[in-house]
Design a protein around this ligand. Sequence first.
Ligand code: X8Z
Ligand code: ZN
Length: 394
Amino acid sequence: MSFLDETDRVWDELKPLYEALHCHVRDELSNYYGEEIVGKAGNLPAHVLGNMWGQSWSNIYDLVYTPEGSLSSSEINLSNILIEKDIDEIEMVKIAENFFLSLGFEPLSDTFWERSLFIKPQDRNVVCHASAWDLNSDINDLRIKMCIERNAEDFSTIHHELGHIFYYQAYSDLPDIFQSGANDGFHEAVGDLLTLSITPEYLQKIDMVSEEEAKQANADPISLLMQQALDGVVSVPWTLMLDKWRAKVFTGETSPDELNNSWWALREFYQGIGAPRDRDADAFDPGAKYHIPGNTPYTRYYLAKILQYQFHESLCNQIGFDGPLHECSIYDNELAGEKLRAMLALGQSKDWQTALEALTGTRELSGKSMLNYYQPLKDWLDVQNAERTCGWGG
Ligand code: X8Z
Ligand code: ZN
């Protein structure tokens, strides 16, 4: 099977989960805004999803999930906690670094702290889209560049960027030609793996929430899983469609006058998301996404979204965690750290299947782990959706 067929195969596995979430969100938004704005069938309009690309719907969590009875207000709101506890941008990076240190990674170098850009400069324009750089691994000159905001989304993105940095560090002793990820998706998945371990229990361990708050949050797994899914599940069709569009442009299948129509046709087909109004003939909406003018390949994020759950499930099994996957945290676990580092240290010296096997015992990309992780949410969604007509004709 070719690599592209593999990506389609995994989408077939995950589509029922996305469809169930789409169905629930559409109904809740329809109730909230009225059927003229969000219909009970068809596409979701792109402007009500809380993110200009509709790639993460975390910002509309409050509109799509209301905890019941005694569970109300049990959610952990990390954005509020960061402000309340007066945790600044640099401290946010330190917390993420500490997670890696708890797994046995080496601390970040002084030059990382001196030369990285963490805060948006006031005196000049910079590209704020977060990135990680391996400028010279011989002297450990590794840096990140991002304009950190004190909120949950950026807290997660910091872990993502440090994932790149610790990968660079892990393979820095290999010959230059092997100094890369097993494939692009692996590089994007390392930090994302850690974000799955930001559980209430972990937040309690690092004093971000009290024991009572952690207990309350755990009492409502649907709330936790909904928060995760609005980012993790939602990004699956988005990260798949983006390079589908680009491939059609590069092969010439999409002609220059069809660039925008083709974009929306694919968004409708994969994501069930439509343009909020007719687009002007000269509109070029893909250009608003950093990776299009930046020419950054995007299938890497699709792979990462899948792989992070494979890594997580496998590590949780290996450390003997016995419970639902969303409660498992690899924080401070030596064995998990060793297993992860062993894979990262391979760099690009082995094919990606061998790297995957080193960590998980399997050589196949699979949506199964993600389905396992979200199973309680899927069961809940199926009950909510029982009387609804799901799907959007994509
Ligand atoms: O571009 C990124 C990273 C770059 S290292 C911040 N991501 C994609 C995006 O923002 O569209 C991470 C998730 C998907
Ligand atoms: Zn990245």
